[in-house]
Design a protein around this ligand. Structure first.
Ligand code: BGC
Length: 462
């Protein structure tokens, strides 16, 4: 099972060496005319003393993130893999080898550190660890242990998400989060994983964006039949999926009865948290919440209703956590539902408004509501134009700094994403990465935005 990892990396004809990455980063910094330090030219400790007014709090976490199914490749026991390969698939293309992070993690993690970050966020793939109900693979747990160890070797604090959207196929076929056994099944997985890995975890997250099934009730897709939310469209797709899979109870993260999924996830979060704490009480445990910067439409705004439906149960849950991970990409003008972006607004590759100030607004709101330390665990944009990404990050971080200066307890900022990757149903088209990936050769190419963010991280200052 681990053969590839042990033999593949060093010998890969098309793999990229660390020296090459360093060369690229320096070139990027020069070509981009970047004011900060060039990646690789200077050790972390050589960063110039920051202007105090621009400095972030001491020990601030600076990182970038991935999720297992989006980067690992060949996650064949997961529900997403099955959905991607249906004759009438809702996915643009299958995930395939993705970024082969499963094998290339040693160089990828080294790259995160070389860029200047001190944190790496990634996720476990439950479908690998428990490919059949009750069968746990020690070899796969060892794989993730090696990833955590690699983070420590490079002085990176690992933020570990236990569940990021994709599920073991057997779990989804049996009704997913709507099955009455779901909560115990998930807590058992979390307990086993914590026994195996907990001592190496910096911050644990029980789950990624469990509020998405409710958020989808508020989004409309351009071109969708009048007034139909994404959730309603998914509901139509679900019947077709069940037929094709010959699995009448199939229910995944996006596809299923949103209310039952929400109730299952809330209960699973609470029990998983307990299970993790029972093994390692000192391990900081939280979760990652998807939050739009909601702004009231001038007329007939249902903003409070949206907040109550989507965020309130989770903000309640967050109050019992050690921290809350906040993930935001843009704003929503909330009328009866979320309204389309204002006329003439700049849109990113996935149709969202370019609106980096969402970070400041969401962090202020989340900190006030949850009353626990905040970490921004995802933020970024999908674009082919990296100069726009640089602008986005600069403005997002300026906003975050304003919030921190006003006393908001934010402990870290993690960009989405380390690499261009498999963006779920949209396949590999949207580019969220600060590093580009050639999917044929697996060659990584550092973009200017990586150097900009890495240098801010090194200086711990804007
Ligand atoms: C998810 C990621 C996704 C990103 C960009 C977040 O909602 O956690 O998996 O790739 O947004 O769409």
């Amino acid at each position: 099972m681990n053969e590839g990892m042990q033999t593949g990396v060093g010998k890969r004809a098309n793999g990229i060496t660390r020296r090459e990455l360093l060369r690229q980063a320096s070139a990027v910094a020069v070509v981009g005319g970047l004011a900060g330090l060039a990646y690789g030219q200077t050790a972390k400790t050589d960063a110039p003393a920051a202007d105090k007014g621009k400095a972030f709090p001491e020990k601030f976490l600076w990182g970038c993130a991935t999720a297992a199914h989006q980067v690992e490749g060949n996650n064949t026991n997961s529900d997403f893999w099955a959905l991607e390969h249906l004759p009438q698939s809702m996915f643009k293309e299958p995930s395939g080898d993705a970024c082969d992070h499963y094998h290339l993690y040693p160089q990828d993690i080294a790259m995160v550190a070389d860029l200047g970050f001190n944190t790496y966020r990634f996720s476990l793939e439950w479908a690998r660890i428990e490919p059949e109900e009750g069968f746990f693979s020690n070899a796969e747990l060892d794989h993730y242990r090696r990833m955590l160890a690699a983070c420590h070797e490079h002085q990176l604090t690992p933020l570990l998400t236990y569940y990021h959207f994709s599920l073991p196929r057997w779990f989804a076929v049996q009704g997913g989060w709507a099955n009455e056994k779901a909560v115990d099944r998930y807590a058992r997985f979390c307990e086993k994983a914590t026994r195996h890995l907990g001592d190496l975890v910096g911050y644990a997250s029980t789950m990624n964006e469990p509020d998405v099934p409710q958020l989808l009730n508020w989004f409309n897709l351009p071109g969708a039949p009048a007034g139909m939310s994404i959730a309603e469209m998914m509901q139509m797709g679900l019947q077709n999926v069940r037929k094709q899979l010959n699995a009448p109870d199939f229910s995944g993260f996006f596809l299923g009865d949103g209310r039952k999924t929400r109730d299952g996830l809330l209960a699973a979060h609470a029990k998983a948290r307990e299970a993790m704490k029972s093994v390692r009480p000192a391990m900081p445990v939280g979760f990652n919440l998807a939050m739009s910067d909601d702004q009231a439409a001038p007329e007939d705004s249902h903003l409070e209703e949206k907040r109550k439906e989507v965020y309130a149960p989770w903000l309640d849950a967050a109050r019992h956590c050690d921290y809350l991970g906040v993930q935001t990409y843009s704003r929503s003008i909330v009328g009866k539902k979320d309204l389309p972006a204002p006329q003439g607004a700049e849109l990113t590759q996935n149709g969202m408004e370019f609106y980096p100030e969402c970070v400041e607004h969401v962090v202020r709101y989340a900190a006030k509501e949850a009353g626990v330390p905040i970490i921004v665990t995802e933020n970024g944009i999908a674009t082919e134009d990296d100069t726009r990404r640089v602008e986005y990050y600069r403005r997002a971080l300026a906003g975050l700094k304003r919030a921190i200066d006003d006393g908001v307890d934010c402990r870290g900022y993690v960009a989405w994403s380390l690499m261009d990757n498999f963006e779920w149903m949209s396949g590999f088209t949207p580019k969220f990465g600060i590093v580009a990936v050639d999917l044929k050769t697996q060659k990584r190419t550092i973009k200017p935005s990586a150097a900009v963010l890495g240098n801010i991280a090194r200086r711990n200052a804007l």
